[in-house]
Design a protein around this ligand. Structure first.
Ligand code: PRT
Ligand code: ZN
Length: 283
């Protein structure tokens, strides 16, 4: 049995549960219980605030967890980052009032900066020789300059629209973050084996993202041209049809180029083109 810590509610909760579900693992009463098991895999889930996940995994209360890299950096707990998940992407940036003239990082000397990430900011200021006052606040950081609590903020940004609507501008990105699968350092035996199985499933799901499965029929003398149009990860599948002068080709194609490939295939006489969604690519 392995125990995973997931965010109880918030930005990472849904994507975390979706990834487990796509990997064939659902949890009982996912919304109601703080600790719930799965019938599909020897795993139980512990729902926590994201701030508490690094310490839970570091201490072994949970064996693994999904959390933003920003929380790991801020809390400073020792954990193994097993796999970056590619979602929950954001940056942590310094922002100041739009009306202020910004020169360079030395602007922050002698200023007060409000943040919920004091440790990351302290380290950044130390490394850059900046002498500023850090005001730690738990939330509503972006309002601090307008109410006179601080001259600037250091906070998470993704689209940037929260900054704009509070009359702020982003002037320096200190770190980039995304969600990651983390584990207790030195996890071994059965738990390590289960972690490897999970990682294998997650990677199979991720590999299929942005890809479609395409099938079409093509006259035999056009097979070579068709194969040039759809370079495949592996050799595409080529099947004979009842009509002996035609064949069927099956392949995996990047979604971003799907329509241009379909046009090219139609141009060389492909027919009965079917596009299917792809759930997993287990290599
Ligand atoms: O209750 P709990 O403590 O678990 O949740 P929380 O409120 O601390 O965290 P939550 O759910 O807001 O975010 C969880 C994680 O998602 C963060 O630790 C980041 O790793 C990641 N993440 C990704 C973000 C954002 N994008 C993001 N945009 N976390 C917060 N934001 C905030 C941002 O600070 C701003 O106030 O969302 C607002 C909108 O951002 P803009 O730039 O798109 O306007
Ligand atoms: Zn939090």
């Amino acid at each position: 049995m392995i125990r995973v810590a997931l965010q109880a509610k918030g930005r990472l909760n849904e994507d975390s549960l979706r990834l487990f579900s796509e990997a064939g693992i659902r949890f009982e009463n996912a919304k109601r219980k703080l600790l719930s098991k799965s019938e599909d895999f020897p795993i139980e889930v512990l729902y926590l605030r994201d701030d508490d996940i690094p310490s839970a995994v570091s201490s072994g209360v949970a064996d693994i967890g999904f959390v933003g890299i920003n929380e790991i950096e801020e809390k400073g707990f020792d954990v193994e980052v097993v796999h970056k998940l590619g979602w929950g992407k954001c940056r942590i940036s310094l922002a100041i009032a739009k009306s202020e003239e910004y020169t360079d990082i030395s602007w922050f000397n002698g200023k007060r900066v409000a943040t919920s990430y004091p440790n990351i900011l302290k380290k950044f200021f130390n490394e850059n020789g900046i002498d500023a006052v850090i005001e730690e606040i738990a939330g509503s950081v972006e309002i601090a300059p307008a109410v006179g609590m601080a001259d600037a903020i250091f906070d998470i940004v993704s689209s940037g629209s929260t900054l704009v609507s509070n009359g702020l501008k982003e002037v320096h990105t200190v770190m980039k973050s995304e969600a990651a699968l983390i584990a207790t350092v030195g996890l071994s035996g059965e738990k390590r084996e289960l972690l490897e199985q999970l990682k294998f499933r997650f990677e199979s799901v991720e590999r299929s993202e942005g890809k479609k499965y395409i099938l079409f029929n093509i006259p035999n003398d056009k097979i070579d041209e068709a194969l040039e149009i759809i370079p495949s990860l592996k050799s595409p599948t080529l099947l004979p049809l009842a009509n002996k002068s035609w064949s069927s080709i099956h392949a995996v194609v990047e979604e971003s180029v799907l329509w241009s490939k379909i046009n090219l295939l139609k141009g060389i006489g492909a027919e009965d083109i079917l596009v299917l969604s792809l759930e997993m690519m287990v290599l």
